[in-house]
Write a protein that binds this ligand. Structure first.
Ligand SMILES: Nc1ncnc2c1ncn2[C@@H]1O[C@H](COP(=O)(O)OP(=O)(O)OP(=O)(O)O)[C@@H](O)[C@H]1O
Ligand SMILES: [Mg+2]
Length: 261
């Protein structure tokens, strides 16, 4: 039997029709993600990362090949997948606890169970005490934490993150990477797939880094990261891996000032 949270993408091809022209966006995508794995996807702007994620969320349903979650074809969005975007997308007129509990409101759990679930998830992301606060009163990092809590509240098998830390300043971002690792470790069964433009972030967090190239978007290389956790960004092995990934983009330390892709 396939384990809960197993994603299997087989020979995926996706085209878009723009003004009568068919453009291939993703081609020959093959990817297996095991339950509980943390996988990052990295690649140039426009190579199809968000499109790939939208296909896994079930927001795009026309494609060739197969996208299987636990062996079953994905057919539209579902509670088995939680999503976090670069912007938190919290509803400004609802408090943090109402935002986080939104996905539970249709569920008749009774006897304050929903409240307990919300509380547990606010604790998981370090937002206890902020239940009654409105999104506008949160910092960027706190708002993203609330978005992560909201995405996890229905106990999804898969958490899909599209540049979740992309809008944060460098220090907050690094702090949030530690937080995200802790959340992933506590929610041991949840498989996480994160798009990022930050090579260091990908190495710090991932079991596997998927490197994509563009036009059309294909998987260029999959790198397994076997460094012990918590990872030391200054270690020789970490730096070596970073160089190896940057080389895939022809972004060597000696000829670039920034490695943002
Ligand atoms: N609904 C759409 N209709 C037509 N073309 C689209 C559509 N959505 C995306 N595209 C095209 O597909 C390609 C991939 O877009 P996508 O947003 O997946 O890239 P990305 O890798 O996420 O880029 P970025 O790193 O900038 O976020 C782009 O050329 C884009 O213009
Ligand atoms: Mg994108």
């Amino acid at each position: 039997m396939t384990q809960r949270g197993t994603l299997d993408i087989v020979n995926l091809k996706k085209t878009f029709n723009v003004n009568g022209n068919t453009t291939p966006v993703l081609e020959n995508i093959n990817l297996k993600v095991k339950q509980g794995e943390f996988v990052s996807i990295i690649g140039p702007s426009g190579c199809g990362k968000t499109t790939l994620l939208r296909l896994v969320i079930g927001l795009e349903n026309s494609y060739e090949g197969q996208i299987l979650l636990d062996g079953k074809r994905i057919n539209g969005p579902g509670l088995d997948r939680g999503v976090v975007f670069q912007d938190h997308r919290l509803l400004p007129w609802l408090t943090v606890e109402r935002n986080v509990g939104l996905g539970l409101e249709g569920k008749r759990n009774g006897n304050g169970v929903n409240k307990q679930i919300v509380e547990a998830h606010l604790k998981l992301v370090g937002l206890q005490g902020f239940e009654k606060v409105y999104p506008a009163q949160l910092s960027g990092g706190m708002a993203q934490r609330a978005a992560i809590a909201r995405a996890l509240v229905n106990q999804p098998e898969l958490l899909l993150l599209d540049e979740p830390l992309g809008a944060l300043d460098a220090l907050t971002r690094m702090y949030m990477q530690l937080e995200l690792e802790k959340i992933w470790q506590r929610e041991a069964d949840v498989t996480m797939i994160m798009i990022t433009h930050d090579v260091e972030e990908a190495i710090y967090l991932s079991d596997k880094v998927v490197i994509m190239s563009s036009r059309p978007g294909t998987i260029k290389k999959i790198i397994r990261v076997e460094l012990p956790r918590p990872r030391d960004r200054a270690s020789y092995d970490f730096m070596k891996l970073k160089e190896e990934i940057l080389e895939e983009f022809q972004l060597h330390a000696e000829n670039v000032f920034s490695y943002a892709i």
